[in-house]
Ligand binder design. Structure first.
Ligand code: ATP
Ligand code: MG
Length: 697
């Protein structure tokens, strides 16, 4: 793609970010403002203008899904696969493998799931959930907290350690020792080892830094200190660093991410430039108003570029089944000939909530695709397992543990496990590294064990999926029983579609990050889910609030929110309260229904409580599908192309908007429009009036 068309359609700040020269650059901006777009365009633009060799670019993100998305967008911009785009873990792994091979070191085995080893170390402590211990260890590693520091750090951070903090520190220490003795490394070790190699060997570091001298990081608010150390080591004293992020979308603090690394970036980097993007291209003003209300901010966080859309709906249902059926009906009504199923998504806080929804959708004949998938539940081995667990007198926790044990892997040597992935940094085993709901199960990367037959691998994969669900059930039902588990799993239907078929997408809020759909349904907005029950400290509760914001900002045109007054867990049903955020959302929706655009919804609420009716605000047309704005935009693009300058050099978007709003028809009216100075009036006045006259007629 040529350099000029790579700037096409970008707003002024976006162009500035794409074309910025010299020094580190950070783009701080809200959801849907084009951060990822700017990141990919910048890479492509610098390549197109010969400022960057694509093979020297390293683009980083945090999940494999996000990395795949980045690569897709880069390919779309004509960059094929020259640019290395991957996750921190993936790149670290590739570099370590290369280094071990170069130095003739036998690679250590990869401990892909810590659960089993940790539970062995704590075998005398029946009843304490090893999974909780594992997540504490992971948090400590992410935060660069040593075993000795754990008790103090955990207290400071308000962690609820499953065992006495000092004991947890001790366990962490023994876990590290055990790994050394067995010569295995886990994912966190990959990051630490890759960092250490760069720090201790200047020659090696120089080579790596030469190879990846242009660094890009998407979703920087989710970086944790362990990853940040590696980023610093990769960078050395290089200054070509570009990061983008949104503090309002920081949703991995629980897992050790530190959004302050984004917030304080400019302060720590005096030579850096900060660019803010103010416009949202994804969502209607109504959806952004809801997003602002969810955050509890005085103002909607961004200005909508889209034109008005429908007002978000909030529905209370008597039960979770009613909710699921209601969503199915809404989805069906919204389905039209030119709107495929894939234009809609249902998002929830936890994986478990997807179950009744999937069932209702399938029963209503709606094709669904679950991120994560529940197809395995129809398999013989899972059915057999379920029959056994449903028998009276079975100790469920023990039985699930036994299942986990039976799934024990013949750990494949590091090289074998990764043989097929040699050149594909993207597919390093980091798929779930950021999914707090996908707690580690002992049966991790079963697909890699090459001593097993394909049928056996499939069998184990099915059981592993089941084990994951079973653990989820254990965490949500305060009084878990075998029959409860059977009933719970039984509600999951076997109806799934082909991966590439047209289907409504079901996902968690976490899994939906960075993605977008025209119509989004957020379900289960209840106390206990939003915020999640285990969020206790103010910080954790704020993170849950941001998670809701992430969910809402996935929607482009329509947003439907719902909750249920009663919900079934296994065999029990429980009364539910609406999410505390629904009150503010309802106020915002009420105002929107009366034709307001609550850019400042709190002031509006206050006013509407006092004197009714509230004063209406001028309705501005900001939308690209406003024909006047469109015509001006097209004129500017053509004119800029002819003059070989970026479009905003002629007129900013703001000026075009002012023109579209006021529609001046004389030179003096034109001169009174903000942004039109005497020189521009002289030069372009007649043409502008002509464009405006043509649209008006
Ligand atoms: P998130 O915070 O959710 O990751 P983001 O800031 O990365 O969002 P993008 O995904 O890059 O936002 O962009 C949101 C949507 O807006 C995309 O569909 C993108 O193509 C579109 N978009 C961004 N900038 C523009 C623009 N200047 N003109 C038209 N569409 C745009
Ligand atoms: Mg993005």
């Amino acid at each position: 793609m040529d350099a000029e068309s790579l700037l096409d359609g970008l707003n002024e700040q976006q162009v500035a970010a794409v074309t910025h020269q010299g020094g580190p650059l950070v783009v701080l901006a809200g959801a849907g403002s084009g951060k990822t777009r700017v990141l990919t365009r910048r890479i492509a633009h610098r390549v197109a203008t010969d400022q960057t060799d694509p093979r020297r670019v390293l683009a980083l993100t945090f999940t494999r899904k996000a990395a795949a998305e980045l690569r897709g967008r880069l390919r779309h911009l004509g960059l094929r696969d020259d640019v290395v785009a991957g996750t921190f873990h993936g790149i670290a792994l590739t570099q370590l493998r290369q280094r071990w091979a170069d130095r003739g070191i036998a690679p250590p085995a990869l401990l892909d799931r810590k659960y089993r080893l940790v539970s062995q170390l704590m075998s005398r402590r029946q009843g304490v959930e090893a999974l909780d211990v594992v997540s504490e260890i992971e948090w400590a590693r992410a935060r660069l907290v040593t075993p000795e520091q754990y008790p103090a750090a955990a207290e400071l951070a308000g962690r609820n350690s499953p065992i006495a903090p000092a004991e947890l520190g001790e366990l962490m220490h023994r876990f590290a020792q055990e790994k050394r003795q067995r010569r295995v490394v886990d994912f966190d070790d990959l990051l630490a080892l890759a960092t250490r190699d760069l720090l201790v060997d200047p020659e090696y570091a120089a080579a790596v830094r030469w190879r990846h001298r242009h660094l890009y990081v998407d979703e920087f608010q989710d970086v944790n200190p362990l990853q940040f150390e590696l980023l610093k080591a990769w960078r050395g004293d290089g200054d070509d660093l570009f990061v983008v992020g949104d503090p309002n979308q920081a949703i991995y603090g629980w897992n050790g991410a530190d959004p302050n690394l984004l917030r304080t970036f400019a302060r720590r980097e005096p030579a850096s430039t900060v660019i803010e993007l103010k416009e949202n291209y994804r969502s209607t003003p109504q959806i952004l108003a809801a997003a602002g209300a969810a955050l509890g901010e005085r103002k909607a966080p961004l200005e909508a570029h889209r034109s008005d859309g429908s007002v978000p709906t909030i529905t209370a249902y008597p039960t979770d089944q009613d909710e699921a059926q209601g969503i199915a009906e809404t989805i069906r009504r919204a389905k039209t000939a030119d709107r495929p199923w894939a234009d809609q998504a249902v998002l929830v806080r936890t994986n478990a909530q997807l179950v009744p929804i999937e069932q209702a959708l399938v029963a209503a004949g709606i094709p669904v695709r679950v991120r994560g998938g529940s197809g395995p539940l129809a398999s013989t081995e899972v059915k057999t397992e379920l029959r056994a667990l449903g028998r009276p007198g079975v100790d469920l926790t023990m039985a699930i543990r036994a299942l986990d044990e039976s799934l024990r892997l013949n750990r494949s040597p590091f090289e074998t496990a990764l043989a097929e992935r040699a050149d594909d940094v993207s597919s390093a085993p980091t798929e779930d590294e950021h999914e707090p709901n996908s707690r580690p199960t002992p049966a991790g990367r079963l697909d890699e064990d090459q001593t097993l037959t394909p049928a056996e691998i499939e069998r184990r994969q099915n059981l592993a999926a089941f084990s994951r669900l079973a653990h989820e059930y254990l965490t949500i039902d305060p009084a878990p029983t075998g029959p409860g588990l059977v009933a719970w799993v039984g509600t999951i239907s076997a109806g799934e579609v082909q991966l590439d078929g047209d289907a409504v997408e079901l996902a968690t809020f976490h899994g939906a990050k960075g993605l977008e759909w025209p119509i989004v349904h957020l379900a289960g907005l209840e106390q206990g889910f939003v915020p999640i029950s285990y969020a206790k400290t103010a910080e954790q509760i704020a993170e849950e609030q941001r998670l809701l914001y992430v969910g809402i900002t996935r929607a482009e045109l329509e947003l439907h929110l719902s909750w249920a007054a009663e919900r079934t867990f296994g065999t029990r049903s429980a009364k539910r309260q609406p999410s505390p955020h629904l009150g503010r959302l309802q106020s915002a929706v009420d105002l929107l229904q009366r034709g307001h655009r609550p850019l400042d919804w709190r002031a509006e609420v206050a006013r509407s409580r006092g004197a009714l009716p509230p004063k209406s605000r001028p309705n501005r047309t900001l939308a690209p599908d406003d024909p006047t704005f469109d015509a001006l935009h097209t004129w500017r693009r053509n004119r800029a192309r002819a003059a070989d300058v970026p479009p905003f050099v002629l007129f900013t978007d703001q000026t075009l908007r002012a023109l579209a709003d006021r529609r001046p028809s004389t030179r003096s009216q034109l001169a009174a429009t903000p942004g039109i100075g005497p020189a521009k009036l002289e030069r372009y006045g007649d043409e502008l009036l002509e464009v405006l006259r043509r649209v008006g007629s």
